[in-house]
Design a protein around this ligand. Structure first.
Ligand code: MN
Length: 238
């Protein structure tokens, strides 16, 4: 039994090469999995399930073909594509995961997260997250025309680029205290998340128990995935 984890692909029509790597991955390496887990930020942004651009359709079709091949497909929201809804899930055959989600891999409890909730030093972002994850806010946002939603998103993205240049590297990384608090809460011995774009294996000591934390890589320079089975986890670059 092998589970495969990916995140932070940031797919968009302006980066067709990496989208191609993803489509090849779905037809190739991903087929060896008994479960494929997308841990957020599959897309660079998501304006709503009614945004049927040719590119979005292409990704939807590729995912549907993958899940129809019989492998369970799981999706967790990221901070870019948290507006992915029931229609997208139904068209792709993906099952939505809560953040965090505790799963069992060969008897080892493993906690999955996108990773943004661990960046607790970024107070401003957490306030923004709280606002946009509110169901009523989302309902009102999605009630606007697709064109105005896209305009708002474009404005937010421009603001985000500026802000990122002002924020320190430490603020944008996970806070060890937050990581350990979550590990303690879930009693997990393994955690997998993305978001920070800093792929690595970290070890944490929580109440005398050793916990490993795998950080997934982004798909900017190359695609990559984490494969976990009875032998443990290993990351693979495409
Ligand atoms: Mn992210």
């Amino acid at each position: 039994m092998a589970s495969i984890f990916i995140s932070d692909l940031h797919l968009c029509a302006t980066r067709p090469l990496i989208a191609g790597v993803f489509f090849d991955f779905l037809r190739g390496d991903a087929r060896q999995a008994d479960g494929l887990y997308i841990l957020g930020d599959l897309f660079e942004y998501w304006a709503g399930d009614d945004d049927h651009t040719p590119f979005n359709q292409q990704v939807t079709t590729a995912l549907r073909e993958y899940s129809q091949g019989g492998t369970p497909l799981y999706f967790m929201h990221g901070n870019r594509d948290f507006l992915i809804g029931a229609d997208f899930l139904a068209s792709t055959g993906a099952t939505l995961l809560n953040d965090p989600a505790l799963i069992d891999i060969e008897g080892l409890p493993t906690l999955l997260l996108h990773g943004d909730t661990l960046c607790t030093d970024d107070i401003k972002y957490l306030a923004f997250r709280k606002k946009v994850r509110d169901p009523i806010y989302q309902q009102q946002f999605l009630a606007q025309t697709l064109a105005s939603r896209k305009q708002i998103i474009a404005g937010l993205r421009a603001e985000n680029v500026e802000e990122k240049q002002q924020k320190s590297e430490a603020i944008m990384d996970v806070a060890p205290r937050a990581v350990e608090a979550v590990m303690r809460e879930y009693g997990c011995s393994r955690m997998i998340h993305g978001h920070t774009h800093r792929p690595a294996l970290h070890h944490h000591q929580v109440d005398g128990t050793r916990c490993e934390r795998w950080v997934l890589g982004d798909w900017y320079a190359a695609g990559s995935y984490l494969l976990c089975d009875a032998a443990g986890c290993r990351s693979v670059t495409l």
